[in-house]
Write a protein that binds this ligand. Structure first.
Ligand SMILES: Nc1ccn([C@@H]2O[C@H](COP(=O)(O)OP(=O)(O)OP(=O)(O)O)[C@@H](O)[C@H]2O)c(=O)n1
Ligand SMILES: [Mg+2]
Length: 403
């Protein structure tokens, strides 16, 4: 097979490949970009594999950066773009199921391709668009099949994350996993526990953000992979329930965590524990807490002004996506119209602050000051006091007297 019209990302990289070839080495496009081009999807990063050793690549090009020299990767800089060129390699001695003990550089493309995870990811392409298909990857790509290269057991022992990748590709590409590969995942699922949680997290997020999350989740649960992920083991039934949902619409990783937290009925504290176990950022934890609370209110059709205010526009959009998955009936636009009609959107818009309260009323520094500020904010958000400085001072004096 020859791909006649290459995406622009490849066109730009061709010059690099031609220079490597002119120096007497081989160079191929490999990995996801080849797979995605053949199946007509957009590509994001172009990976190049070469028979040249890193030192040889560095002699060919003036501008290079050692981005992963130990693994054989050098970045070649060309007109402001960077291209990762990785030497063909085999990896040996996978003691811990995740990182090879040593990387051996080789001169042969087939040695390199046969240690890749799936046939659809083991395609290579010359700079002229000619596809090299040593493992029937093209057929699997056409038929929508995820099949390990060679023996599944070996591939998953080399890197147990590949089992999550299989579930992720099932959703992302809407492909089916071939039966021996599936059996290999079932048999080796416990090895996933050895993988750094950050790596697993990325795959799980991609799974939920793919074309067919229901099928991806089905694989994740049926193979037992979920049992070897932080805090998911008790939730088989809930995960299965998720696999029955349709009209998937998530687009942000935070939405994935909010969906899971909502599904498992986690309270704020549990959301924190859950997401810390998955090593997400504090930002994701905060957003998730707010989104889950909003989903609950939206589904109960009681959107209080304070909830809208505290959730904020972007998180309301996320929350309603989750509510819609669970049969919510509110249009996102209607919720946003309510939000947009709030008297203030942000604390800083309140026409009073602590300093002014101290200067213009008899209030003293201390907890009462904070309480009164909060009550004023609530009153303005709920529309019971207009956001005017004089009115707020007056209300604060009254609160101070009553309090
Ligand atoms: N655990 C892994 C990770 C990657 N690869 C190989 O390295 C390539 C590039 O890896 P990566 O960019 O992580 O994945 P892609 O398949 O390119 O998918 P994506 O589109 O998400 O980048 C893969 O296609 C595959 O050939 C592998 O064999 N085993
Ligand atoms: Mg890639």
């Amino acid at each position: 097979m020859i791909i006649k019209k290459l995406p622009v990302e490849f066109e730009r990289a061709r010059v690099i490949m031609q220079q490597i070839e002119a120096a007497g080495f081989e160079a191929y496009f490999v990995g996801g970009s080849v797979r995605d081009t053949i199946s007509g999807n957009l590509i994001h990063d172009v990976d190049i594999a070469s028979s040249a050793y890193p030192e040889e690549i560095k002699k060919i090009f003036t501008h290079t950066v050692d981005t992963g020299i130990d693994h054989g990767t050098v970045m070649v800089l060309d007109h402001g773009e960077g291209y990762e060129v990785t030497t063909f390699r085999t990896e040996s001695g996978y003691q811990d199921f995740r990182r090879p003990d040593s990387v051996t550089f080789v001169r042969s493309l087939s040695e390199d391709l046969k240690r890749r995870d799936f046939t659809i990811n083991a395609l290579a392409m010359r700079e002229n668009g000619e596809v090299i298909d040593l493992f029937n990857g093209l057929k699997d790509l056409k038929n929508g099949v995820i099949r390990a290269v060679g023996t599944p057991q070996q591939r998953f022992h080399e890197d147990a994350l590949r089992m999550m990748r299989a579930a992720r590709f099932a959703s992302q590409l809407d492909f089916k996993i071939e039966s021996k590969t599936m059996a290999g995942i079932e048999a080796n699922a416990p090895l996933l526990a050895k993988i750094a949680v950050e790596r697993t997290r990325v795959e799980l997020e991609k799974l939920f953000l793919g074309q067919n999350p229901a099928d991806g989740i089905e694989v994740f649960v049926t193979t037992g992979l979920f049992k070897y992920c932080p805090m998911l083991a008790p939730f088989e039934a809930d995960l299965r329930q998720l696999a029955t949902l349709s009209e998937w619409n998530l687009s942000l990783s935070t939405e994935v965590w909010a969906l899971l937290s909502y599904t498992f009925y986690f309270q704020n504290k549990q959301i924190g524990q859950f997401l810390r176990a998955w090593k997400t950022s504090n930002q994701v934890i905060n957003d998730t807490v707010q989104i889950v609370r909003a989903v609950t209110e939206i589904l109960e059709e009681e959107q209080s002004p304070m909830m809208l205010f505290q959730t904020g526009r972007d998180r309301l959009v996320s929350a309603n996506k989750i509510a819609l998955l669970f049969g919510g009936e509110l249009q996102t636009n209607d919720i946003l119209a309510h939000y947009d009609a709030l008297p203030i959107k942000n604390k800083s818009e309140l026409k009073i602050d602590g300093k002014q309260l101290l200067q213009e009323t008899e209030l003293q520094p201390g907890p009462q000051l904070g309480t009164i500020l909060m009550q004023l904010e609530q009153a303005v958000v709920n529309g019971t006091i207009d956001n005017q400085h004089g009115l707020l001072i007056e209300a604060a004096r009254k609160m101070a007297k009553e309090g």
